[in-house]
Design a protein around this ligand. Structure first.
Ligand code: HEC
Length: 138
């Protein structure tokens, strides 16, 4: 077999090919990234948690992210019978830590919202701040 007929790539060609590949990967990888996904702390840093109350802050977050399964009307059908649409119905899940554990998705209870991406960092932060301040009915 004549080895001279097999096309060979020399070292500097290889480096050029790698350089082009790396550039393509780097540019395409950054193109669709969102700041909030790359730097979740940044989103939390600009997250205003002052004046966080059940009525003005927590209820709307739960309503937007959880009510499709955990409202009184839909809980039996979609939410495993768990109702989270009032202060009184949510409080037991604050006390046993299921609410926070489910939304931070730490593996100790089922991750929520079920079959959806994790909630945004600021919503999670607001719920955690409300809980740390005593989960008041305010
Ligand atoms: C698509 C429907 C759906 C959505 C949306 C949803 N859940 Fe659930 N959730 C369920 C179901 C179903 C269960 C019962 C799971 C089981 O027992 O296997 C459940 C269980 C739970 C539990 C108990 C977890 C456990 O391990 O026992 C908590 C707490 C909870 N959900 C909180 C939430 C919160 C908070 C949200 C909104 C951020 C949310 N869920 C959104 C369907 C949903």
């Amino acid at each position: 077999m004549d080895s001279k007929r097999i096309p060979t790539i020399n070292m500097s060609d290889k480096l050029k090919i790698y350089a082009v590949l790396i550039c393509v990967v780097l540019f395409s990888a950054c193109y669709f990234d969102k700041k909030e996904q790359i730097y979740p702390q940044a989103a939390v840093a600009t997250c205003d948690t002052t004046n966080t109350t059940y009525t003005a802050t927590i209820a709307p977050i739960i309503s937007a992210n959880c009510a499709s399964c955990h409202s009184t009307a839909l809980a039996n059908m979609n939410g495993g019978g768990i109702i989270l649409d009032s202060y009184a119905s949510i409080k037991p899940y604050v006390t046993n830590n299921f609410l926070l554990n489910s939304i931070v998705q730490n593996g100790s209870v089922k991750p929520m919202p079920m079959n959806s991406p994790k909630m945004d960092a600021c919503s999670i932060k607001k719920i955690s701040v409300w809980i740390n301040k005593g989960a008041l009915n305010n």
